[in-house]
Ligand binder design. Sequence first.
Ligand code: UDP
Length: 239
Amino acid sequence: MSGTKLYEGKAKILFTTDDPNILLSRYKDDATAFNALKKGTIANKGEMNCAIASHIFQYLEKQGLATHFIQQVSPNEMQVSAVQILPIEVVVRNIAAGSICKRLGLPQGQELKQPLVEFFYKNDDLGDPLITDAHVAMLELATPEQVVQLKKLALDINHHLQAFFDRCSLILVDFKVEIGTDASGRLLLADEISPDTCRLWDKAIADPSDRIMDKDRFRQDLGNIAEAYQEVMKRVLAV
Ligand code: UDP
């Protein structure tokens, strides 16, 4: 049974439970893009993303990475450890797409020589601006030690996710993670990993629109959005 609503985000609602160290995360069908300027729903997204994220969190735990995942308790709900989320969105890119193309003039689809880690300030009023380590220090968003740990963790997650999605015949273009600290100060991968937060391209399809298997189908009105999520779920759960 869920307790009181602690926080409602764009894609999930967090509830308290009887245990102060455990929260319930309920995944919603709501979809937003462009800092919530575009809104809609994707049929069954809550259940699909909850299943995908649960599976991936367990996979990453098996690889030795600490996550907030405890257990899935219903089709669209999971228990997670209560963490303090750092106000930093950590993005890892393997291939240029989305905002980096606009910002730096890179062609969509250009492979990066090595994975790139970027920090964005998690602040909707400011539109989540790109920030440097110096801004993180100035705004005291994380300690210098945490910044080093965050970058290493982000690259480790990328390494394991790339291998995982490769087995799903999907290319991991880029993704965003949120990291939290538990009561003892340990960094835990939190939030979610799903087609809402990752760019995934079908390895077997060359057409730049047809190969998109993630929220870009919603952002760009490409159609077959729920079908793409469904296909990602099918492949993820089979690995
Ligand atoms: N992303 C996300 N939430 C955000 C912003 C980005 O999950 O608020 C993910 C996005 O799905 C993509 C990666 O982070 O996989 C990089 O996004 P980008 O900076 O290119 O921004 P976008 O093009 O989505 O505006």
